[in-house]
Each structure stands twice: as C-alpha cells, then as structure tokens.
Design a protein around this ligand. Structure first.
Ligand SMILES: Nc1ncnc2c1ncn2[C@@H]1O[C@H](COP(=O)(O)OP(=O)(O)OP(=O)(O)O)[C@@H](O)[C@H]1O
Ligand SMILES: [Mg+2]
Length: 267
C-alpha cells in the first residue's frame, strides 16, 4: 500500500508524513517513508534521524547518468517509462545497500535526491527515479509506504502517482491551498489513484477548520481529518526537530483510523 502526501509549499506535508509514519509505526506497521522532495532536506530530522540516508540517485550513478539514459530513450524513441537504471523488476527497501536507507523503530527512510548546485539542470531525473522506484517497490502485508512529495503538482505531470493507491493533499487555510487541492483531486483521479482525500492542517480554530472542510466538500474532496495549529509543532519546526505534540498525535491517530477503515491501506 502506497500513500502520497502532497500540497502547497509549507502546508505541512512533511509534518503530516512524520505524524502518520509515527502513528503507523506505533500500531506495528512497518513504514517506508520516501522523501521525494528534491528541494527540502529536513525530513530526516523530523523523523528523528541525525543524518539522511544516501540518496537513491547515487545508487543509479547520479543525475547525469539518469539524464543520459532519458536522452537515449528519447533519441531511440523507446518507452521512457522503463528506465534501465532500475533494471530489477521488483525492489524491497531491505534489499537496498544499508547506507541507502535509515531505520529507526518501525520506520525506514529512503531519499531520492536533492538539488545541491546552481544550474544543475531540471529535476526530471529525480521525478523519473521516484516514479520507477515506487512502481518497483514491493511492500509486504504489514508494510505501508508514505511519500513526501515536492510542493505543487508537477509530480503528476511526471507520472509519479501511477502506482500510488491513496493521494492525500494537505490543505491549510488559504485560497491557493484550496485551489491546489482541487487540481490534485482532478489529476490524482486521472492518474488512477483509488482514493483522494484531504487533511486540513494548521487551522487555529474549529470554526476555520469547518469552513475549510466545507470548501473541500464542495470540491468533492473527502476530508480525512484535521490537525490543528499547535504551538509545540511550530516551535519544533523552527528547531528542525520532530513534531512533538500529544494533541497532534491524537489527531493523527484519528486520521490513520479513517485511512485504515477506508481500506485504502489494503489491510
Ligand atoms: N499543525 C501544525 N501546527 C503548527 N505548525 C505546523 C503545523 N504543521 C506544520 N507546521 C509548521 O509549518 C511549517 C511548514 O511545515 P512543513 O515543513 O511540514 O511543510 P511542507 O509542506 O513539508 O513544506 P515544504 O513545501 O517546504 O516541503 C513548519 O515550520 C512546521 O513546523
Ligand atoms: Mg516538506
């Protein structure tokens, strides 16, 4: 079962991914968190790791190698969707070299790659690699994959969601965030996701949360739950530390209940 978490920049994707992964881990699920955001590099800290794992991009010979492979496929008019850098038909996180995943309690973190230099070229190779990795990643019955997507909707254009079962959009109280949720709904349904739902995040009052939920419902987006604005989360975020709030933990628990009850996790 694979869930992707997307939304507007700064809406709380990484925080939500962390809260969901922690809750699933506490329930005994084995969780694979895939960091597919090529810009931000703080997810490992939120998950309590000192260091990020080595990126998958290095495992496949770096960005240039993937770019070369993409060019070759293009010139030879071959199907780009079968990128030979991940030649194996199936992958398991446990089968990756140890330095390519970080592990703690029930959570394993895999990171696709980050942009480090100016004029490094577009992020397409990372998108292609994410798509191929997610497609080939095999999950056991007690395993759930949670993907922290880059902000916006470009990943839909790269076809990353083709093997995703549930797309969750994190929505904060802004018009742009709502508009983006509407686009996500449209694109995710087109990409074949079984379920598209929203998590309302960072709202300061029940009234605002309900207003946002109503707006989402008018866009035919199911609301799976709300995580309110918690000062402890904001303070931890400023310090680059794991979100630590008992109330948010409870809210995340209720969200996981909904996701599991929907059967969108396949268990
Ligand atoms: N429920 C919440 N209550 C208070 N602060 C929150 C909450 N959710 C997220 N934040 C804070 O908002 C900021 C953005 O959160 P986060 O980094 O999770 O967003 P993001 O969508 O992953 O951002 P990006 O698009 O940059 O990757 C962080 O400082 C985080 O601590
Ligand atoms: Mg993030």
């Amino acid at each position: 079962m694979k869930i992707s978490v997307c939304g507007k920049g700064g809406s709380g994707k990484s925080t939500v991914v962390t809260l969901l992964a922690q809750d699933l881990g506490r329930r005994g699920w084995r969780v694979v968190v895939v960091d597919s955001d090529e810009s931000n590099s703080g997810l490992h800290r939120l998950l309590g790791f000192d260091q990020p794992p080595r990126p998958l991009l290095e495992l496949v010979g770096g960005k240039k190698n993937v770019q070369r492979e993409l060019r070759r496929k293009f010139t030879e008019k071959e199907d780009e969707s079968e990128l030979s850098v991940l030649a194996r038909p199936e992958l398991e996180v446990a089968g990756l070299p140890a330095e390519h995943f970080a592990e703690r309690d029930h959570v394993r973190l895999v990171t696709v790659g980050k942009i480090h230099q100016a004029l490094e070229g577009c992020a397409c190779p990372m998108g292609v690699l994410t798509r191929e990795f997610l497609k080939k990643l095999r999950t056991a019955d007690d395993e759930i994959v949670v993907v922290d997507m880059e902000a916006g909707i470009e990943h839909f254009g790269r076809g990353i969601e083709t093997s995703i079962d549930a797309v969750i959009v994190v929505v904060e109280a802004s018009f742009e965030s709502l508009e983006l949720a509407g686009k996500v709904k449209q694109l995710a349904s087109g990409a074949g996701a079984n379920f598209v739902g929203a998590i309302v995040n960072k709202v300061g009052s029940q009234e605002l949360g309900s207003r946002l939920a109503r707006e989402l419902q008018t866009r035919e987006i199911a609301v799976v739950g709300t995580i309110y604005h918690h000062e402890e989360i904001a303070a931890a975020g400023l310090a680059g530390q794991a979100p630590c709030s008992a109330a948010a933990q409870q809210e995340a628990e209720a969200i996981v209940d909904v996701l599991l009850a929907r059967g969108s996790t396949g268990r």
